[in-house]
Design a protein around this ligand. Structure first.
Ligand code: NG1
Ligand code: MG
Length: 550
C-alpha cells in the first residue's frame, strides 16, 4: 500500500533526479536555491524538502462525497531549503525567505497557549480541561505567503513537541521557491503546506528518527489538518497526490471507509515495450482566476450543501435509514443500499461499479415531477427541506449553519447525477490504465488513449452541464483543445476558471500548444517563458522527497 511507505530522504542528488523521473534539468534550480540560501544565511542548508502540485485527471467534485479520484503529481513544485540556527535563539523561532521578489522576509516564533479542550475541536463542553498547545498567528482574512509556512509548521509542533516536554523545536532559517502557479486549480496551496510540513519534520530530525518518522499516509493526514489552518476544508485529494504519487503513475485516491491511495501506471512505453505509443497531459490555464476566497468559495460551499441535501433526500426516497443529525453522503447512500462495498480490493471495486450503475438510474427520483430540463430541475429551499423529511429547524442546523448560502434553487438531481456518473468514469479510467499495464496488446494503436479521452470529455460535459463548475473560458479552451487534436480535454480542480487538462499524443504536443496559442485570445500576445507558464506539458511526477546535505 503506497500510503504506508516511508518518506524518501536522499543524500545523493542523482537519486533525487531519478526519483523525479525527469532529467537533470532541475539541477540548475536546486543549485540556485543552495547558492541563494548561502548568500542569505551564510551557510549551507541542511535539507531541501520538495512537494509537487497536482493535476486531477478525472473525478471532479466527488472527493467530498467520498468517491475515489484520480490525480497525478506534476513536475511543478515547491522547494524549501532549511537549516537549524544556533540553539541560543527562542525555541522553534523561524526566519523565512522567499526567492520570489514579491514575497518579503518574515520572522515568527511559536508560542505556547492555553486553550479549552483539544486543538481544533468544536463544541467544547463546559467542564473541558485546559490544555497547552503551540500557537502561530495566521491571518486568514489577509493570508500572506508565510501563512502556508506557518500552517505546515503547526501540525509538526502539535504532533511532535508537547509544549511542556523536554524536547524543543529547533530555531530554523528557511528559503522557499516555487513553480506551481497559484489560483489555477493545480493545488499550489497543498504543495506549500506539504513542503513546509516536511521541511519542519526534516530539520527537527523527526524524519530520520525510526520511532517518530511518519509514513506518507500520516504526512497526508497531518497536511490535511494543517491546510485547515489557512481556512480550507478540503477532501484530501490534493495532499495525497502531492505526497504519495510516483513518477510515471497516477494515484487512485479513495476515501471510504478511510483515506487510501494506490499508484496506477499510466499507459505508455515501458522498459520491455519501448515502442508503445505515448501521450502527455497538457495543462492550460484559462487565466480566469479561480478565486477561492470569494466567488469560487461560495460556489464550492453551495455545491457541498447541494450534494449533502440531495444525498439526504435520496436516502429518504430509497427508504434508507439515516440518523437525524447525520450528514449522509452520496457514497453512504450507495453503501447502505448495496451492503457496504468498500473499494479496497478488486472484488470490492467491481461491486462499487455495479452500485454506481444502479445509482445513476436511482437518481431519477430526484427530478421534480413534470419538469424536464434546464434550471427547471432545481427546487427551492422549502421543497428541499420538505423532501428531506426533517423539520426546518433541524435541517438548517445540520446543513446550513456552517455556511452562507443564498441560492434560490438547489439542483439536487443534477449534482447527484454528476457525482455517481463521474465516480463511475473514474473507475473506468482506472480500468483502462490497469488493462494497458497488464496487457500491452490492449493498446491496438492509440485506442487506449482514445478511451481515456472519451472519459475525459464526458467528465467535462458533466462538469459543465450537471455540476456547473466551469466557465465560458474553460469551456472554450477544452473545445479548442479537441480541435487541436487532443484525445480528451476537461476542467481540472474546483473550476469556475483555473486550468484545463488535455491528453495529447507525444508527437503532437508542440503543434497542439501552437494551435491553442493562435486560437485562445488571452494567449495571443504571450511568448517564451510567459507562454510556458500558462500552457505546459507535464509527465506525472513523483510525490514528496527530502534531500539531506552531508
Ligand atoms: P482545487 O481548487 O483544485 O485545489 C478543490 C478541492 C479538492 C476537490 C476539488 C474539486 C481544496 C483544497 N481542494 O481543488 O478537494 O474537491 O476542488 O474536485 O479545496
Ligand atoms: Mg487548492
Amino acid at each position: 500500500m503506497a500510503a504506508s511507505l516511508p518518506i524518501p530522504v536522499y543524500t545523493n542528488l542523482e537519486e533525487v533526479y531519478q526519483n523525479l523521473g525527469t532529467s537533470l534539468k532541475h539541477a540548475e534550480r536546486w543549485d540556485n536555491l543552495v547558492r541563494e540560501f548561502k548568500a542569505k544565511f551564510g551557510r549551507t542548508p541542511a535539507y531541501i524538502a520538495r512537494a509537487p502540485g497536482r493535476v486531477n485527471l478525472i473525478g471532479e467534485h466527488i472527493d467530498y462525497s467520498l468517491f475515489g479520484v484520480f490525480p497525478a503529481a506534476i513536475e511543478h513544485d515547491i522547494l524549501i531549503a532549511c537549516a537549524p540556527r544556533a540553539p541560543a535563539e527562542a525555541p522553534g523561532s523561524v526566519v523565512a525567505e522567499n526567492l520570489h521578489k514579491k514575497y518579503k522576509r518574515q520572522a515568527f516564533v511559536p508560542v505556547r497557549k492555553q486553550s479549552l479542550g483539544a486543538v481544533g475541536k468544536e463544541d467544547v463542553p463546559e467542564d473541558a480541561v485546559h490544555v497547552e498547545s503551540w500557537h502561530l498567528d495566521i491571518n486568514q482574512a489577509a493570508l500572506g505567503w508565510e501563512g502556508y509556512v506557518k500552517a505546515g509548521y503547526y501540525g509538526v509542533l502539535n504532533h511532535f513537541f508537547s509544549p511542556q516536554g523536554e524536547s524543543q523545536p529547533v530555531p530554523v532559517d528557511l528559503l522557499v521557491t516555487g513553480t506551481v502557479p497559484s489560483g489555477s486549480g493545480l493545488s499550489s496551496s497543498a504543495a506549500m503546506v506539504v513542503s513546509s510540513t516536511l521541511a519542519f519534520l526534516a530539520v527537527n530530525g523527526i524524519l530520520e528518527d525510526p520511532n517518530l518518522a511518519p509514513s506518507k499516509g500520516t504526512l497526508v493526514e497531518i497536511a490535511v489538518e494543517n491546510e485547515k489552518r489557512v481556512g480550507v476544508n478540503s477532501g484530501g485529494m490534493d495532499q495525497a497526490a502531492s505526497v504519495i504519487s510516483l513518477a510515471g503513475s497516477a494515484l487512485y485516491v479513495s476515501f471510504f471507509p478511510k483515506l487510501s491511495a494506490d499508484t496506477i501506471p499510466l499507459p505508455g512505453p515501458t522498459a520491455t515495450r519501448p515502442s508503445l505509443p505515448s501521450a502527455t497531459f497538457v495543462c492550460a490555464n484559462s487565466l480566469v482566476v479561480s478565486d477561492k476566497a470569494v466567488h469560487a468559495k461560495y460556489q464550492y460551499n453551495l455545491r457541498v450543501v447541494e450534494s449533502l441535501g440531495a444525498a439526504r433526500v435520496l436516502a429518504v426516497r430509497l427508504g434508507i435509514k439515516v440518523s437525524p443529525r447525520e450528514k449522509i453522503t452520496f457514497r453512504d447512500v450507495m453503501a447502505r443500499l448495496m451492503n457496504e462495498p468498500e473499494d479496497q480490493t478488486e472484488e470490492d471495486v467491481k461491486k462499487v461499479r455495479e452500485g454506481l450503475e444502479r445509482m445513476a438510474k436511482e437518481v431519477e427520483c430526484l427530478r421534480p415531477e413534470g419538469k424536464e430540463d434546464g434550471d427547471e430541475l432545481g427546487v427551492t429551499l422549502e421543497t428541499m427541506i420538505e423532501w428531506s423529511g426533517m423539520g426546518e429547524e433541524l435541517f438548517n442546523d445540520v446543513y446550513l449553519s456552517w455556511v452562507t448560502v443564498e441560492a434560490t434553487h438547489f439542483q439536487l438531481y443534477k449534482r447527484a447525477k454528476h457525482c455517481y456518473t463521474e465516480a463511475l468514469r473514474v473507475l473506468k479510467f482506472r480500468d483502462v490504465c490497469l488493462k494497458a499495464a497488464s496487457s500491452p496488446d490492449a493498446y491496438e494503436g492509440t485506442s487506449v488513449f482514445k478511451a481515456l479521452g472519451v472519459l475525459m470529455n464526458e467528465s467535462q460535459e458533466s462538469c459543465a452541464n450537471l455540476y456547473e463548475c466551469t466557465c465560458p473560458e474553460v469551456d472554450q479552451l477544452t473545445k479548442l483543445a479537441l480541435e487541436a487534436g487532443a484525445y480528451g480535454s476537461r476542467v481540472t480542480g474546483a473550476g469556475w476558471g483555473g486550468c484545463t487538462v488535455s491528453l495529447v499524443d507525444d508527437s503532437q504536443v508542440d503543434s497542439f500548444i501552437a494551435k491553442i496559442k493562435a486560437n485562445y485570445g488571452p494567449y495571443r500576445d504571450l511568448e517564451g517563458d510567459a507562454l510556458r507558464e500558462v500552457i505546459f506539458a507535464t509527465k506525472p511526477s513523483s510525490g514528496v522527497c527530502v534531500y539531506k546535505f552531508t
